[in-house]
Design a protein around this ligand. Sequence first.
Ligand code: TXA
Ligand code: MG
Length: 323
Amino acid sequence: MARILPIPDPATLGLAIQALRRGEAVAIPTETVYGLAADATNAAAIASIYEAKGRPRFNPLISHVSGIEMAKAHVQFSPLAEKLAEAFWPGALTLVLPLSQTSGIHPLATAGLPTAAVRMPEGFARDLIAAFGQPLAAPSANRSGRVSPTSARHVMEDLSERIGLILDGGSCRIGVESTILAVEDGGLRLLRPGGIPVEAIEEITGRPVERHASLSGETLIAPGMLVSHYAPDAKVRLNVTDVRPGEILIRFGGAPVEGEDKAVAIMDLSPSGDLREAAANLFDYFKRADASGASAIAVAPIPAHSLGEAINDRLTRAAAPRD
Ligand code: TXA
Ligand code: MG
C-alpha cells in the first residue's frame, strides 16, 4: 500500500530523494499530470516504472530536468531548441532532441533511439530534480492505457498496490500532458498536442509547426503513442448533438444538448467556455463519469483551437476502439 506524503512538509523532499536513490519509482505532481518518476540514468529504476505501469513494452519516456544546463549534459540544443526552452521552460513543452555523446540517460528511457525527449517541469518537481541532481524519467502515473492522473487520489486508485510513495501536491494546474515537439534541422514537428498550444509555439519561433498526418488517429504518431489511450472504462461517444438514456453528458461552455434531461448526470468542462479550465477538468471528469456507472460517456463538441487541440486529441483516443 503506497504512502501519501504532503508536499509542503519539509521531510517529504528528503524521503523522496532517498527512495529515488534506492532506484524506486515515486509518484510526483507536475503542472500537467502526476508522473511516475525514477532515475533516468538507472536501468533498474526505469524498469520499475514499466513494471508498475504494466506497460506492455518499452516505450521512450520523457526525461525531466531542473534546468537547461542539466538538459545540455544529455541532449544537443540547436539555437531554435534553445529559444523554445527559454520561452517555455519551466512548462508543458517537451523537446525531442539528439542525444549528446556523453549523455547518461539510459537507453531504456529512450527505447534505444538516437534522440531523447526532455522537459523542465515547474514547482516541486523541478526542486526535486535539482536536489536529486539527475534527470527523472516520468510517464504519467497510471496503469498502462488508462486515464492520466491529475490528483494524488487518482494515482492511489490506479497504483496503490504497485508503488511505495505518492507525493500529494493537490490538483494539476494544466491537467493534460505536455506538448511534444521534435526540433529538427528541417523545422518543428508536433508529436503530441498538449499543455502549450501550437499557436504559442508558432508565435514565439515565427515558424510553422508541422502536424504529423496521423495525428488524426490512424497510426502511431510517436513511438509509444497508442491510438487507444487515456481510456475510461465506459464507452465514449464524441461530438454528440443528442443524449441517449443512461449516458452521462460532458458538455462545454454552458451550451445545452438535446435530450440532456435523459442523462445520468451533466458535467460541464467549463461553463464559461474557457479551454484552460476544460483541460484541467478533463481527466477528472472521465474518472467521475466512470464511477457513475453510466452506460456511455457522451461528449459535446469542443472547440479545436489552442488547448482544444490537446483536449480533442485525448477525446479521440478515449473513443478509439480498444484492443
Ligand atoms: O506532461 C507530461 O509530459 C507527463 C508529465 C509526467 O511530465 N509525462 C508524460 O510522459 O506524458 P510519457 O512518458 O507518458 O510520454 C512520453 C511520450 C511517448 O509516448 C513518446 O511518444 C514520446 O513521449 N517520446 C519520448 N521520447 C521520444 C523520442 N525520443 N522520440 C519521439 N517521441 C518520444
Ligand atoms: Mg501516459
